[in-house]
Design a protein around this ligand. Structure first.
Ligand code: C2E
Ligand code: MG
Ligand code: MG
Ligand code: MG
Length: 281
């Protein structure tokens, strides 16, 4: 019996693995087509200033309108794009689309900072600097209005190259944010060495603010550190008033999360901005 049970488990495991494998191959095949067929769209999630309770920026987050599967989130395809190298073309499209949008905001005198996620492969590609330079020039972007986000783990995977790139980007005036901060292992020394403009505290710490003293201590420590290094700080994944209160009281600068808004299409984001304007005026 045990043997048969083991065999059954093996078959289930195998079938699941095979299904996952097939799904990935499908995604990979469909990704090739997606850019050409204009199936990607950038959604925007507002970043909030905790003191003034006003929007100060937006993070561009990619969505894929898959012809058969419906809307897909980056978790379902970014890794595959990264492995296959498709991330380069996709990342270029993301950067350009975000810069076009930023250009429109600048025209309307909307003073927002645009955050754009870049993956490791894109960040460390020899083209990145030229890409960013070209877009900033073409779309007349005020460089400090553009912030590239890279995760802590990815940034630290090649410290020498990262240091060089950070310096180049800083000279250009474009900002750099370390995403998912606290989940990797950067030391104070590196943080001092990189010209970083922003840290984003990972959602996993924010999530536990109300329930875990340890998480509160970690968040406080990160806030103190950022302040000592003169780096601006955003808390990710803020969902409750309680979390917000703790962050505000601890002098965290900015927050982002479902409490304010999820990432929405551009038209809905414009609506959010109009709503805020009408509340203030
Ligand atoms: P991230 O850069 O850390 O982005 C934050 C993620 O948390 C987003 O998920 C956002 O929708 C989600 N989020 C925001 N507020 C809350 C909240 O209050 N609660 C919860 N539960 N979630 C919240 P999303 O859009 O699925 O993106 C996942 C990751 O995919 C991003 O993490 C980023 O690393 C990557 N990504 C997204 N867009 C791009 C892109 O254009 N290029 C690259 N290379 N990566 C991207
Ligand atoms: Mg991000
Ligand atoms: Mg993050
Ligand atoms: Mg993330």
């Amino acid at each position: 019996y045990a043997k048969r049970k083991a065999l059954k488990h093996y078959q289930i495991f195998n079938t699941q693995l095979l299904e996952a494998f097939k799904a990935n191959i499908e995604i990979e095949r469909d990704l090739q087509q997606a850019l050409k067929s204009r199936e990607f769209e950038l959604y925007y999630q507002p970043l909030m200033d905790l003191q003034t309770q006003r929007y100060i920026g937006a993070e561009a987050l990619i969505r894929w309108h898959h012809p058969k599967k419906g809307i897909l989130y980056p978790g379902a395809f970014i890794e595959i794009a990264e492995q296959t190298g498709l991330i380069n073309a996709m990342g270029q499209w993301v950067l350009e689309t975000a810069c076009k949008q930023l250009n429109l905001w600048q025209h309307k005198n909307i003073d927002l900072t645009m955050h754009v996620n870049v993956s490791a492969r894109q960040f460390f590609s020899s083209q990145l600097y030229a890409q960013v330079w070209t877009l900033v020039t073409r779309y007349r972007i005020k460089p400090k209005r553009l912030i590239l986000e890279i995760t802590e783990t990815e940034l630290m995977s090649d410290i020498e190259h990262a240091t060089k790139l950070c310096k180049e980007l800083a000279e250009l005036g474009v900002g750099l944010a370390i995403d998912d901060f606290g989940t990797g292992h950067s030391s104070m020394r590196y943080l001092k060495q990189f010209p970083i403009s922003k840290l984003k505290i990972d959602r996993s710490f924010v999530m536990d603010i109300s329930s875990s003293r340890e998480s509160r201590e970690i968040v406080s420590a990160i806030i103190a550190m950022a302040s000592a290094l003169n780096i601006s700080l955003t808390a990710e994944g803020v969902e409750t008033k309680e979390q917000e209160a703790f962050l505000t009281q601890s002098a965290c600068h900015h927050a982002q999360g479902f409490l304010y808004s999820p990432a929405v299409r551009e038209s809905d984001f414009s609506h959010l901005l109009t709503l805020q304007q009408s509340l203030i005026n």
